[in-house]
Write a protein that binds this ligand. Structure first.
Ligand SMILES: [Zn+2]
Length: 120
């Protein structure tokens, strides 16, 4: 059986095993099993991983954008609040789902659930 590309499956929110069934139930909850191939998706829990990447990336982008705006335009502080708070929220929420999809898919592709820390 041909496995889908984990990056593509993750970005589109599809099952990493078949690339057909939906990965998410709601906004960020991973389904218990794939609706198309009945693959057990609980084994691919990505934990806090996606949030860490989103914080690092969105934090860098928005901090740079806010500093750049301040240095170039020197707007009043309310402009920063009105522009950058919603933008930061939108960027974080927008990145979270595709990142979680990619991390779950990559963990599946690399068999991270089989990794052990006891040397066995
Ligand atoms: Zn599937």
């Amino acid at each position: 059986m041909n496995r889908p590309n984990p990056i593509v499956a993750g970005l589109t929110g599809r099952c990493p095993n078949c690339g057909e069934g939906r990965l998410f139930l709601g906004f960020l909850s991973v389904r218990d099993e794939c609706e198309a191939c009945e693959f057990d998706l609980r084994s691919a829990d990505s934990g806090d991983g996606p949030a860490v990447f989103v914080i690092l990336i969105a934090g860098f982008v928005m901090a740079f954008a806010a500093l750049f705006t301040e240095v170039v335009a020197r707007p009043p502080i309310w402009v920063h609040l009105v522009v950058f708070l919603p933008l930061t929220l939108a960027l974080c929420l927008g990145l979270l789902r595709p990142f979680k999809g990619v991390m779950v898919a990559l963990q599946f592709a690399n068999r991270a659930s089989e990794a052990r820390h006891d040397g066995g």
